[in-house]
Design a protein. Structure first.
Lengths: 167, 159
């Protein structure tokens, strides 16, 4: 993966939009001393390159699912991608990484009851072909969390492009 | 966390629209949902002021030059895990830190520009924190899904 070349203006834009994505192009342009057209063009390019995405983040308190769990999955290495893709389809699962380490897949899930977690980890994931073992660990307290820096996946980019087509 | 804050179906619908496109104007959202732009604006502000909602740009790890991502499980020994985690979160390489149940005590997400940074992080930074018995990594080889639109807004946030 090659690091994209971002200049200072890109970085300032990302910083401003990470604080509040609803600020107008006009206001950003004024703050940064560039034209509105430049702001619009830069934002479009950053989105197209999969470097930024706009979303709404809600607090745990507002959501129905208030707890986070880490589910480590042991699966045959030859099945790892297929299983990871199936796990990613589960709505309760927020993140899926293929990993090298003490398990082959790490799934991060949000749940609202232990029954809910049992269903995802021990019923749905464990029953998938190729899965040998799941190990669940519940986050009791979150001390640090940076929701602004993420992995923008191919699926996210497809969704952004679809939005552009609608516009 | 207080649960006094109530939201209704209109709030939920607005949040849903913002998740699809955080840059949609109040007017666009209003048109889609059959509300007025003033209502949309007031409801967004109410949720933001209560720290229940943030509409933001999220950026990819690669936009910041981070090419290595790993989850690390940590076993603590002879010291409260909360004290250990308070020291771990001081490092900018640690993007997330949770106290967890199970065999390990702390779970962290680490992002590095490249593997060359690992010896310094492990030996000179983490190595100076008392009470860490072991650190077991899982290196992210590929990320299939990464969608955290529910997050602890109250937790310490850093760019």
């Amino acid at each position: 993966m090659s690091a994209p070349q971002l200049d200072d203006l890109d970085r300032q834009l990302i910083e401003a939009l990470a604080r509040d994505a609803r600020v107008s192009n006009r206001k950003i342009a004024l703050d940064l001393g560039v034209t509105e057209g430049t702001v619009r063009g830069r934002i479009k390019r950053l989105q197209q390159d999969g470097l930024i995405s706009f979303t709404a983040i809600t607090s745990f308190g507002l959501a129905d699912s208030a707890r986070m769990a880490f589910i480590g999955v042991e699966v045959n290495v030859s099945d790892v991608r297929a299983v990871a893709e199936r796990i990613a389809e589960l709505p309760a699962v927020n993140a899926v990484m293929i990993t090298m380490g003490r398990f082959n897949i790490l799934a991060i899930c949000l749940f609202n009851s232990l029954d809910n977690l049992l269903e995802v980890a021990s019923n749905q994931i464990l029953a998938m072909p190729g899965v040998h073992h799941v190990e669940t660990s519940i986050a009791v307290k979150t001390v640090k969390y940076n929701a602004r820096v993420v992995r923008i996946t191919a699926a996210d980019r497809a969704r952004i492009e679809a939005l552009d087509d609608d516009a | 966390m207080s649960n006094d804050f109530q939201i209704d179906d209109a709030d939920r619908a607005i949040v849903e629209q913002l998740r699809l496109n955080g840059r949609a104007t109040n007017q666009q959202i209003a048109n889609t949902l059959g509300l007025t732009a003033a209502t949309v604006s007031a409801r967004i502000r109410r949720m933001e002021d209560a720290n229940k909602l943030r509409v933001v740009a999220v950026s990819d790890f690669s936009a910041h030059g981070y090419n290595v991502l790993m989850e690390v499980a940590i076993e603590v020994d002879g010291r409260p895990a909360t004290d250990v985690v308070d020291e771990l979160v001081q490092f900018p390489e640690v993007f997330a830190a949770h106290l967890v149940t199970g065999r390990y005590d702390i779970d962290i997400l680490v992002a590095l520009h490249d593997f060359d940074e690992l010896p310094d992080l492990f030996l000179n930074k983490f190595g100076k924190i008392p009470g860490i018995r072991s650190m077991v990594p899982a290196i992210a080889v590929d990320v299939i899904k990464y969608k955290f639109d529910v997050a602890p807004i109250d937790a310490r946030e850093e760019a």
